[in-house]
Design a binder for this molecule. Structure first.
Ligand SMILES: Nc1ncnc2c1ncn2[C@@H]1O[C@H](COP(=O)(O)OP(=O)(O)OP(=O)(O)O)[C@@H](O)[C@H]1O
Ligand SMILES: [Mg+2]
Length: 446
């Protein structure tokens, strides 16, 4: 049962009703980690008119986010043509109008939920901008949830949100639960509420974790949520704990086949137990995820670094054996795990491919980020690859990051290597870029 959220639920439902009448809008659902954004959206999805379609897409905490992550989740359910365009990594100028067309001609109001957009990739940010500017004329609601504590003034999302037309944007800022609500939750769990409000400051995740850990007595309350999560883990059987620890290596949801590959078929019963205990959630397709990202992080932090590396390697190998291993959505995941495994050769193989995919989708920040991951292993690269990485990073970073010095430095590094290799064509190209960069800085003026 959700406490203290009636007004916010009504705001969401009224945005949905307006959309059904042809007046769409964007709803920004903001609040600190664990404040109850996902819970409110679930409640909303349950209360939404049965005649409207609610679709969920997620942004994940990968080192480098997957391009158009939320659309990869939604595409298939929304429209086969949009799904096909996503599979082909079609450029934004084809994909975005196709999506718009589907929303315009939908027979029912559509609610698109993009969860955790503080982790959104560049292409998703472009899509938000594109839809957000047109939404008022569509029978659709775009709901964006974000952790307000994760985005500062210079976060790219801040600029995107600032550019949305204010007349069609509704902001819902979730506040901590009231003292009364905390007392209700404590009583439901059969515990005293003393000190709970002060220690948790009304953050529902902290409250539910502390209550579940059984350590909510005054003076015995763990002083950090990590302690609460660890305490809860320590109550499990060793095999249940192992399931959670292994699953914690994967950000977002873990598909059933991956669970089998990592833990064997016998783990399925243990996963069910963890779901029943409320530690994991399972979706309709059987994929599981931690009930909360904070809990996943805290669980992962328990693992010694060498075990984390070997689990990352295992996940990467498992994904690499899929027939679709080179699909863009999987490439980002593979780079994440190859980097986590500290496997330089694998990163050097995969990160440039992932960067090229991201760049094709207009996600230049992610392109630069993948290439930066590869550059960590530049000492293991052939001279040709090293020079190309510097050159490509300079290009992507120049487009996305608006930094001059590091980009100029990267071009110089590329030039030095191309010179040793006698590649005059490449030297010329980099010199042209450098000239433009210096000119852009005003160094060409008399
Ligand atoms: N209004 C509420 N009343 C009671 N319990 C709540 C309420 N909101 C959230 N909770 C509980 O708090 C926990 C955290 O909530 P939730 O996962 O929705 O937070 P979140 O804001 O989505 O977090 P994150 O930023 O990490 O995604 C959940 O276990 C949920 O059951
Ligand atoms: Mg959430």
């Amino acid at each position: 049962m959700l406490l203290d959220r009636e007004g916010q639920l009504e705001t969401l439902l009224s945005a949905m009703r307006s959309a059904a009448a042809g007046h769409g809008s964007t709803v920004l659902l903001e609040g600190e980690a664990g404040i109850g954004k996902t819970s409110l959206l679930r409640e909303f999805a349950e209360h939404a008119d049965k005649g409207c379609q609610v679709l969920w897409g997620w942004c994940e905490a990968l080192f480098t986010p997957c391009p158009l992550g939320p659309m990869q989740d939604i595409g298939q359910l929304l429209d086969p043509h949009v799904a096909a365009l996503l599979d082909q990594a079609a450029p934004p100028e084809r994909l975005f109008p196709a999506l718009l067309n589907v929303l315009q001609h939908a027979s029912v109001a559509i609610v698109l939920i993009f969860e955790d957009v503080h982790w959104a990739d560049n292409a998703t940010l472009d899509l938000i901008k594109y839809l957000g500017r047109r939404i008022s004329l569509l029978p659709a609601v775009l709901v964006l949830s974000l952790r307000s504590d994760e985005i500062g003034a210079d976060h790219p999302l801040t600029h995107v949100l600032g550019d949305l037309p204010s007349a069609s944007v509704t902001r819902i800022a979730l506040e901590p639960l009231s003292r009364e609500a905390v007392t209700v939750l404590a009583e439901q769990a059969g515990r005293g509420a003393a000190d709970l409000y002060r220690v948790t400051e009304g953050n529902p995740f902290f409250i539910t974790e502390l209550l579940a850990s059984g350590e909510a007595e005054p003076g015995r309350v763990p002083d950090s949520i990590r302690d609460a999560v660890w305490t809860r883990l320590s109550r499990l059987t060793a095999s249940e704990r192992k399931v959670l620890e292994v699953i914690s290596i994967v950000p977002g949801s873990v598909e059933p086949w991956l669970i089998r590959r990592l833990l064997g078929v016998e783990a399925e019963a243990l996963v069910d137990k963890c779901v029943a205990r409320g530690l994991l959630r399972q979706d309709d397709q059987g994929a599981v995820m931690f009930r909360h990202e904070l809990a996943r992080q805290a669980t992962l932090d328990r693992l010694p670094p060498n075990l984390q590396r070997s689990l990352h390697a295992k996940v990467e190998v498992a994904i690499s054996q899929l027939p679709t291993a080179h699909a863009s959505a999987l490439l980002s995941r593979r780079v994440h795990h190859a980097a986590g495994a500290d496997d330089g050769a694998r990163v050097l193989e995969l990160a440039p491919q992932a960067a090229a995919h991201a760049a094709r989708l207009g996600a230049h920040r992610e392109g630069a980020s993948h290439l930066a991951t590869a550059l960590k292993y530049v000492a293991q690269a052939t001279p040709e690859l090293a020079a190309q990485l510097y050159e490509d990073w300079a290009y992507e970073a120049g487009l996305a990051l608006h930094v001059y010095e590091p980009v100029i430095e990267a071009h110089h590094r590329a030039i030095a290597i191309w010179r040793e290799l006698g590649r005059i064509d490449k030297i010329g190209r980099n010199l042209c870029k450098l000239a433009r960069l210096h000119w852009g800085r005003g160094e060409g003026q008399p």
